[in-house]
Design a protein around this ligand. Structure first.
Ligand code: FAD
Length: 467
């Protein structure tokens, strides 16, 4: 562990508006905690910045001392990429100011904001920005890699709704990026991940949503295996275009709407979120009810904010977690066979396999409009997540995830999948996730704004060698 001398850190503290933690300070251990309980890293310094000037100061300090840098948004990445050993963490958690412009239907938020905070502020004005499905995820990491959630079919990815950003690049320069200013950097930020700088503020286009939406959650036990999976496949193919939908392999929660004998039982859920009012939703629900009897269902109008938090308890902070993901173009018979074979083998009741439908509005954005990796064709992001509070269960299910993933790979349209769902990276996988053309374009932009590869943790795009 790198321990800096007090004298080394004093110049950083001087003139720093935020808070600086070293191992000697109270609060250091809390500040180095992230969502995944497996991550236990010891940075030399955690610089909790109060604004762009602090970011520049922290970057200069890291450069001067030859220390690696990581950037903490919501601290929610599976791989814990916001925390580095022996380096400088630029912690954005104090940057959470949110401004909603109801006339322009835009929302600005600080680089350390969580989706729970952004959603709450937007909903006070009846607005929402397409985000993810777990509310304490950071807006930062989720947006920079893409951003898939309940509103993807209706309004596209989070990046498709990004209008501008304030970024501090590796040289310490604050830059405004938008379609008409630093356009190359603006393009790269919309999917290129945390490779290009520290985003201190995001500005999004927001949409009228809620405040109440229509929820439908239908659960079938594992015993119904293939029959349930086929039914879910056929149902999602006929859903109204803007409806949010997810297929999840999981254990039933011990909730009031679940019969006691089904509590904790493993099975398959189809979750649909209707944004177009009760009539459309009622038609979908009636069709599902006619189709295949469930072990339980929850059909109810719910606040949009409740939808956004619905899965939070399934992925609590501190859980031991590992994941692998890939894309499939369709839920073919072969894919369903693999799912039906592997789901019953998981050991931990917390392990979960959310499958995100990427369709409609996602597919209407031109391929080169953003840096988001992979083609804008309809697809399903299959996410296989081992989660447990117990080390042995966790290790057992890491193997389960690897076996499951390997069995699915012959049917995948991309085994690299979505960069935000990757725990382990190497350059070939990252290149494959973006495709050669996009990766090369990103590498040239990286060479312009971060030639020394300061921002290198996570799905790293290496700077192109420019001769
Ligand atoms: P962090 O770990 O803080 O950051 C992740 C990366 O982004 C790091 O490299 C960091 O340096 C960089 N970064 C973060 N903020 C900034 C910033 N402001 N400026 C520059 N770089 C920054 N993704 C979805 O799209 N949809 C989902 O529904 C979804 N559900 C998830 C559920 C769980 C339980 C988990 C663990 C992840 C989920 N994800 C989902 C993936 C999520 O998008 C990524 O893990 C994302 O990186 C989290 O962002 P963060 O800011 O919280 O993470």
């Amino acid at each position: 562990m790198t321990t800096l001398d007090t004298n080394d850190v004093t110049p950083l503290r001087r003139g720093f508006a935020g808070t600086v933690f070293t191992a000697a300070d109270d609060g250091y251990d809390d500040a180095r905690k992230v969502w995944n309980g497996r991550i236990d890293r010891y940075p030399a310094v955690i610089a909790q910045v109060a604004g762009t000037a602090d970011v520049a100061t922290a970057l200069a300090f890291a450069r001067e001392h030859g220390l690696p840098v990581s950037v903490r948004g919501g601290g929610h990445s599976f791989g814990g990429f916001s925390m580095c050993d022996d380096g400088v963490v630029i912690d954005l958690s104090a940057l959470r100011a949110i401004t909603v412009d109801t006339h322009a239907s835009t929302i600005r938020c600080g680089g350390g904001t969580t989706w729970a905070e952004l959603d709450a502020a937007g909903q006070r004005e009846g607005l929402a920005v397409p985000g993810g499905t777990i509310s304490d995820t950071g807006v930062g990491g989720l947006t920079l890699g893409g951003g898939v959630g309940w509103l993807t079919a209706r309004h596209g990815l989070s990046v498709d709704n990004l209008l501008s950003a304030e970024v501090v690049t590796a040289d310490g320069m604050p830059r405004h990026v938008a379609a008409d200013e630093n356009a190359d950097l603006f393009w790269a930020l919309r999917g290129g991940g945390g490779n290009f700088g520290v985003v201190t503020e995001f500005e999004f286009r927001a949409h009228p949503v809620g405040p109440v939406i229509e929820l439908g959650l239908f659960f079938w036990p594992l015993a119904q295996g293939l029959e349930a999976l086929r039914f879910i496949r056929d149902t999602v193919a006929t859903l109204p275009p803007t409806m949010g939908a997810m297929l999840v392999g999981l254990n039933a929660p011990p909730a009031g709407f679940v019969p006691p004998e089904v509590h904790f039982a493993p099975g398959y859920a189809l979750v649909v979120a209707g944004f177009e009012g009760p009539d459309q939703h009622a038609a979908v629900v009636a069709k599902i009810r006619r189709g295949l009897p469930t072990a339980f269902e929850l059909v109810s109008p719910v606040p949009y904010l409740a939808l956004q938090k619905m899965l939070d308890n399934a992925a609590p902070r501190g859980v031991l977690a590992y994941e692998k993901s890939l894309y499939v173009e369709e839920l073919s018979e072969e894919v369903l066979d693999v799912i039906a074979e592997h789901m019953p083998r998981k050991a931990s009741p917390m392990s979960i396999t959310p499958m995100f439908l990427m369709r409609e509005a996602f597919t209407t954005v031109p391929e080169d409009a953003t840096a988001f990796g992979g083609p804008r064709t309809p697809k399903i992001a299959v996410n296989l997540a081992a989660m447990a509070l117990d080390e042995q269960l966790y290790l057992t299910d890491c193997e389960w995830v690897r076996d499951f993933w390997t069995a699915l790979t012959p049917f995948a349209s991309s085994t690299s999948g979505y960069v935000n769902f990757m725990t382990e990276y190497d350059e070939n996988r990252v290149r494959a996730a973006y495709g050669a053309e996009k990766y090369d374009r990103l590498a040239l932009i990286k060479a312009k704004y971060d030639p020394g590869n300061v921002f290198h943790l996570g799905a790293n795009i290496r700077p192109a060698v420019v001769v």
